[in-house]
Design a protein around this ligand. Structure first.
Ligand SMILES: [Zn+2]
Length: 289
């Protein structure tokens, strides 16, 4: 069944674990995430990215996930990742997303707060959860594949704790993405999370906190971040790597191009499931259903 992100994250906050949130771009990624979450008895937090939701694809991907949610005995949330436009958010909610992120993180504080408040006001009348971002999580390497798909990223700016309280008051967001040292995409060097900064935010913010750029961040640092208040960690690049590596392994040795797709994707799905399982267990969301 489809649920909002709010109920998922509130349980995670109360019980001190985090949900890995997986961007899914196609059927195989969806299947790998949902099957593994059900096997692990974890709620499933799936996300869609604008690049996969152009034109009719918005309705196709949403219909597929809504349909699939009836066949799995776990709570499922389908969350719109990194939207920057209220009209698109309205279309996404109309298409069936149960949660949305408005990303105004490159805007000045006042403008980010004002636009986020507009999104929240609209979404809350429909019972939809809103995540926003304060500070900015940059891209690990310009020009690489990233969650945001942009190569014009202004770079990282850490969340300023003094701004958090005011931002939450103005916007009434349900979850807040913070910048504490992670980045989107593939890291060129190991990140060093600013847990001291996270503690300052946790002390004054009663909303669930979100970490973007989870792929490639060392497990001990992510566990520490969860211990200090993070309840959702976004994962894309790690699953993408597994998908493409699995396909590459198979296609490099394939002699007959008229091979069944289920055989072509077999290794890729298994490799994605291993990544998903590892995140569910590391973040403590296994066994919560
Ligand atoms: Zn992100």
């Amino acid at each position: 069944m489809l649920v909002t992100m709010k109920e998922m994250l509130e349980d995670a906050k109360k019980n001190h674990y985090a949900l890995p949130a997986f961007d899914v771009s196609n059927y195989e990624m969806m299947k790998a995430v949902l099957e593994t979450c059900e096997e692990e008895k974890s709620p499933a937090l799936l996300m869609g990215l604008g690049v996969d939701l152009k034109g009719r694809d918005l309705n196709l991907l949403t219909s597929m996930i809504k349909g699939a949610s009836e066949f799995y005995n776990i709570p499922i949330c389908f969350h719109l990742d990194h939207a920057t436009d209220l009209e698109f958010i309205k279309s996404a909610i109309g298409a069936g997303f149960s949660s949305v992120m408005f990303d105004g993180s490159v805007l000045p504080f006042e403008e980010n707060a004002k636009k986020t408040a507009e999104v929240t006001k609209f979404a809350h009348t429909k019972g939809i959860t809103v995540e926003a971002e304060l500070g900015h999580v940059g891209n690990a390497s310009v020009g690489s594949i990233s969650e945001t798909g942009t190569d014009t990223d202004p770079g990282e700016s850490l969340t300023v704790p003094e701004e958090v309280k005011k931002f939450v008051e103005i916007t009434d967001v349900d979850a807040l993405a913070v910048a504490i040292g992670t980045a989107h995409g593939v890291y060129q060097k190991t990140p060093e999370l600013r847990i001291d900064r996270l503690d300052e935010i946790t002390a004054i913010c009663d909303r669930p906190l979100v970490l973007h750029g989870g792929s490639g961040t060392p497990d001990d640092q992510m566990k520490n971040a969860i211990h200090h208040g993070i309840t959702k960690i976004n994962i894309y690049s790690d699953v993408l790597f597994a998908l493409n590596q699995g396909l590459k392994n198979y296609l490099n040795t394939m002699t007959n191009p008229s091979t069944w797709p289920f055989l072509v994707y077999e290794d890729a799905i298994k490799m994605m499931k291993d990544v998903v399982r590892e995140k569910l267990r590391t973040f403590g969301s296994s066994g919560r259903v």
